[in-house]
Design a binder for this molecule. Structure first.
Ligand code: BGC
Length: 777
């Protein structure tokens, strides 16, 4: 056992790997709770509450457990993520005074240690002439996901007195009903969702490293001892949570087994293996930037929350819009996951990406049921999804102007099905995971393609139309032929055909089984070619411009620059109705299409579309600036892209008092990584390797990123000063790297230095005669 003197409460010395907060600031507290949240894909623990805001106990933090949903009363109620009982509560006393609730304490310091995945705290209390220095460390294990650890070290710096440590679990959320409790294990069940939650904990307390050093507990959970100057007290609590369905029996034994195993390695062992797991994640995902410390910090912060959000061991949960850092959007999963997060996982953590896509595979039945209920074939995924894949978008919400509004996304925002298909294909292109495709991916592609084939209706003009939808721009509902939706649908159908071909050729027997089970035959799939070819897209061949949806161009044009200083979203400024009748866009829509399927744009028309739509976008969603940043970076407009990057980073790191209370914005964080790697490095994927088109902003003097591609571990380093890029294949087979028109061959273990050529990569002029044929990423 490590002696208490060696307890690693000191944050990583390099401030670029930390987020610090000095003192307490009630106004910013809820934002800090989100920002300083730690998670491991199963458990998420928000930062501490200010002591005086907590209950009688000195500290309070909210713990979220992946998959622990319950539905409230009322026909409108939707499943909501329920917080677990607060296992971190403590009451510290010295000489009869409650320490953590004392208003007068000095040097309160919180530090999120991004490198080691820890939340650290330090403060000093003076009471009746005595001074006690308290330091705390907490983690949720990246190695044993059911396990959390809290340790405290108290050093008496002056005086003497009786120290008291009382550890309890806070009162559970009203949605949890206590089923069973003994000193070691508590078991709750939810009201309606038939879930069970087990919690078990082990606590030890030592004085000067010796146990038992305290007087016997005078009541359960309370330790007391007389301590004098120079003595230290160490408190350690390990917890394990498990969630299960009531039908599957008690999750208690699994929680107890995990706790016992964690106890077996000791808390220092738990800490060590957690740090090792984080070292591994950083080796696989740290984007290093030189010349721009702010951007570096933003990317580390983003990767910290992205790495903390996923769990490769659980295919039954996915990542919510706020991860496990807060309860905004009730813990629901949106397109944020497939479009903004999946690229990070596919390229740095394929095992996590696979589990996240398997969640969509396991929820296919919910998607099939939704399509059927609405009169279509195939699979229409839930716009908001919880544990079963059923549609859980609430019917109403309170708008930013405090009025109750109908939410139509649950029925109309259908691009989600194409977004899921896009993520499946991206994962396949990046990883080459044939087993996943055979067993799950192809079925998703076929069922989503089938949905679109039934959804796009042939009309008298000889074209197929998709009417009555909401695109990414949610300010306009019930629109016809949203370009994003239609082009993604066309692409989805084409990939459905590719998927069928792939399966027929590679796994004929598996194809026969799947085709029988789904009731698809060759003629249905043949028919998709004609359907894809006739879907209206809104592309004007003369100008190269997509119309965002039919009639968009006739709406009222509003000069957004005139509203530059506003502090509320544009739909509040103008009112919902006028916004609907205007060209004001909530978030990247055609620009999102440009970022996802650049080849769906005629040569040179990418800039035409960007320049048309960017000034009309009010960035009323946290997803918006990231997509603009990615698209601008791909256009070679690096400084503009950097501006979008900074605005995106400010969503979670800027000086904000309110917007962050419900959790960090996972899509914006994923978007930062995408802007850097897919945008500034210009990464693309080819049959035989990768393509690079680096265009860093002027201040970024170098960028280095590890990547996983088709079973290989790569390191890419862009050095614009020396006008070169280095690519190294650390493990895996030889491969090609395409830069500009040149193709370079790279052997394993070799580092290839590629000259970047002419700095000005000219944008090709728009050629109306060029093809807009389907793109394959
Ligand atoms: C955005 C959606 C997003 C959701 C969750 C909404 O405000 O418009 O695109 O999926 O938030 O992040």
């Amino acid at each position: 056992m490590r002696r208490s003197g060696q307890i690693p409460f000191e944050p990583t010395p390099d401030p670029a790997w930390r987020l610090d907060a000095v003192g307490d600031d009630a106004l910013r507290e809820s934002s800090r709770q989100s920002r300083f949240a730690i998670s491991n894909g199963f458990l998420g623990v928000r930062g501490e509450c200010h002591p005086s805001h907590g209950d009688p106990f000195g500290t309070a933090s909210r713990t979220l457990v992946a998959g622990l949903f319950d539905t409230g009363e009322g026909s409108d109620a939707v499943p909501t993520l329920i917080p677990a009982p607060d296992w971190l509560q403590l009451r510290l006393t010295f000489g009869g005074s409650v320490l953590l609730r004392q208003p007068e304490y000095e040097g309160s310091f919180h530090s999120l240690d991004i490198k080691r995945g820890l939340l650290l705290r330090s403060c000093r209390f003076s009471t009746n002439g005595a001074v006690v220095h308290v330091r705390a460390l907490r983690l949720v294990s990246a190695r044993r996901r059911s396990v959390g650890l809290q340790t405290l070290r108290l050093v008496v710096e002056k005086g003497e007195g009786e120290i008291g440590i009382e550890a309890v679990a806070g009162s559970p959320d009203p949605a949890l009903i206590l089923d069973d409790q003994d000193p070691d294990l508590s078991l709750w069940r939810t009201h309606r969702s038939r879930k069970q939650l087990a919690m078990t904990e082990a606590i030890s307390v030592r004085v000067d490293g010796v146990s038992p050093g305290l007087e016997a507990r005078s009541r359960p959970g309370l330790w007391t001892a007389h301590v004098a100057q120079g003595q230290d007290v160490e408190f350690m609590r390990l917890v394990s949570f498990h969630v299960g369905e009531r039908e599957d029996g008690s999750p208690g034994p699994a929680a107890s087994a995990d706790l016992e195993a964690a106890n077996g390695v000791g808390w220092t062992g738990v800490l060590k293996e957690h740090e090792a797991a984080w070292t591994g994640r950083w080796a696989a995902s740290e984007v290093r930037i030189e010349g721009d410390p702010e951007a570096q910090r933003a990317l580390r912060f983003a990767a910290f929350h992205l790495n903390g959000a996923a769990n490769p061991e659980d295919e039954r949960v996915s990542i919510a819009a706020r991860g496990l850092t807060g309860t905004d959007y009730a813990g629901h999963v949106f397109w944020d996951m497939e479009i903004f997060l999946l690229p990070f996982y596919a390229l740095t953590w394929p095992e996590a990406a696979r589990a996240l896509l398997m969640y969509r595979f396991h929820t296919l039945d919910g998607a099939r049921a939704k399509a059927k209920r609405m009169g279509w074939s195939g699979a229409l995924y839930a716009w908001e999804s919880a544990d079963t894949g059923a549609e859980v978008t609430p019917a109403h919400a309170v708008g930013p102007d405090r009025r109750v509004v109908d939410i139509l996304s649950g029925t109309q925002e259908q691009h989600i099905s194409a977004d899921v298909a896009y993520a499946v294909w991206l994962y396949w292109v990046v990883t080459g995971d044939a087993e996943f495709m055979r067993d799950a991916g192809i079925e998703i592609l076929l069922e989503t393609a089938r949905f679109w084939a039934s959804r796009a209706t042939l009309e008298d003009d000889g074209r197929r139309h998709i009417r009555g939808v909401i695109g990414p721009d949610e300010y306009h509902d019930g629109v016809d032929d949203n370009a994003f939706t239609n082009v993604m649908a066309r692409w989805n159908i084409e990939r459905g055909r590719d998927a069928a071909d792939m399966m027929r050729t590679r796994w004929p027997e598996a194809w026969d089984d799947l085709a029988t089970r789904l009731g698809v035959d060759a003629s249905e799939i043949e028919g998709w070619a004609e359907i894809a070819a006739t879907i209206a897209s809104g592309l004007d061949d003369a100008t190269g411009l997509y119309e965002q949806f039919e009639g968009y161009g006739d709406l009222e044009a509003i000069d957004l620059e005139a509203y530059a200083g506003r502090s509320v979203p544009m739909d509040v400024v103008l009112g919902r109705e006028r916004t609907r009748r205007s060209q004001v866009i909530k978030q990247a829509d055609v620009v999102a299409l440009l970022a996802l399927l650049p080849e769906a744009f005629p040569v040179g028309a990418d800039a035409v579309n960007f320049d048309h739509y960017a000034p009309r976008c009010s960035h009323g969603s946290s997803l918006s600036t990231a997509m603009h940043g990615l698209a601008a970076a791909r256009l070679g407009r690096s400084e503009m892209a950097l501006d979008y990057f900074r605005r995106t980073a400010a969503i979670d790191l800027g000086e904000t008092t309110a917007a962050l209370a419900g959790g960090v914005h996972m899509a914006a964080l994923g978007g930062l990584w995408m802007t850097a790697v897919l945008g500034f490095v210009g990464l693309s994927f080819r049959e035989d390797g990768i393509g690079l088109r680096p265009q860093l902003p002027a201040t970024w003097t170098a960028l280095r990123t590890p990547l996983q591609w088709q079973g290989r571990t790569l390191m890419i380093e862009v050095d614009p000063g020396k006008r070169c890029v280095h690519v190294h294949v650390e493990t895996g087979e030889a491969m090609a790297v395409h830069v500009g028109v040149a193709r370079h061959w790279l052997e394993t273990g070799q580092t290839l230095r590629i000259e970047l050529g002419d700095p000005a990569i000219a944008e090709p002029a728009f050629d109306p005669s060029s093809s807009t044929a389907g793109h394959r990423l």
